[in-house]
Every structure is written in C-alpha cells, then in structure tokens.
Design a protein around this ligand. Structure first.
Ligand code: RP5
Length: 162
C-alpha cells in the first residue's frame, strides 16, 4: 500500500469526533489519508519516530489536532519540514482558547498553519491540505475547484423568512 499524501494525527481518541470532519472532507475530495493517535505527552517516542520518518514515508502534509496543552502540532513541526496544519480542539474548561494559544504561538522558525477552533478548523484543515496538494496534483486541483464552485452555488443570493 503506498503512503497516502495526508497524515491525520491527533492527541487522543477524544479528538477524533472533531478530526473526523477533516476525514469527511478528504473523502469528499478523493484524497487518501492515514489517521493516527500520537500524544506529545503520553506517547513522546511515537511522536519522535513519526516526526522523523514522516517525509521519507511519503507523506506530503500533516493535519495535527490537539486540545488543552496542545503541543503535538508544534513538536511535529520541530521534527519535520512537511507542512503542519494545526487544529485546536474545543476543550470544556477553556473552550479551546488554551488549544489555540498552544498551537498558534510558535517561535520564529517553526511555523504551524493554525486553523480555527473545533469543527470549522477541522474542515478548513482538510481544505488547506487539499490546496497544498493541488499545487502539484492536477486531479486534486480540479476536484477542489469543483468543490468550491459547488459551495458558492449553494449560497442563496437573498435571505428567506424561516
Ligand atoms: C490532549 O489532551 C488531546 O489532544 C486531547 O484533546 C486532550 C484530552 O485528552 P483525553 O484526556 O481526552 O485523552 O493531549
């Protein structure tokens, strides 16, 4: 089995309900992905091994979702040159502000492309991954263009009374 272009990684099983939104969009766009649980704190060796080998394995882009002290996206950015798209998980205690700040405030030199908190961020992470792949994959480019056109066409020009 060839390595799919997208790695969809998350800090915990509890993040899957959010990251599933990324998976749904990737499926809609016909983009293969591999999902994995990698915790920066609970499975640091797994993070290290994945970060070190992701590029040579053949992945092109990594979507990384984590919540709370969300160090997974940033630590992966420190171990691989692949683009990392971070998804801050919406937490119960701080509504995901903790996740957002943990992911977005990277030190100069090691960026993470940080999405919105929660499911919208997960959807946009998949679309951002598709945009990156579209720079060299014409099939993805055409599918993404069609997806965007369909979304535009679905927006009514005038509001209706509910
Ligand atoms: C983070 O801790 C995970 O990304 C998750 O969002 C959060 C809570 O994990 P669980 O306690 O639900 O496993 O590492």
């Amino acid at each position: 089995m060839p390595t799919p272009p997208v790695a969809l990684v998350m800090g915990s099983q509890s993040d899957w309900s959010t990251l599933k939104r990324s998976a749904d969009i990737l499926k809609e766009l016909g983009i293969a992905y591999q999902s994995k649980i990698i915790s920066a704190h609970r499975t640091p060796d797994r993070l290290w091994n994945f970060g070190t080998s992701a590029e040579t394995q053949g992945f092109k882009v990594i979507i990384a979702g984590a919540g709370g002290a969300a160090h997974l996206p940033g630590m992966l950015a420190s171990k691989t040159r692949l683009p990392i798209i971070g998804v801050p998980i919406q937490t119960q205690t701080l509504s995901g502000i903790d996740s957002l700040y943990s992911i977005v405030q990277m030190p100069r030199g090691y960026p993470v492309a940080t999405m919105a908190i929660g499911e919208t961020g997960a959807v946009n992470a998949a679309l951002m991954a598709a945009s990156i792949l579209a720079t060299f994959d014409t099939t993805v480019a055409e599918t993404l263009s069609a997806w965007r056109t369909e979304l535009s066409n679905s927006i009514p020009e005038h509001p209706i009374d509910s």
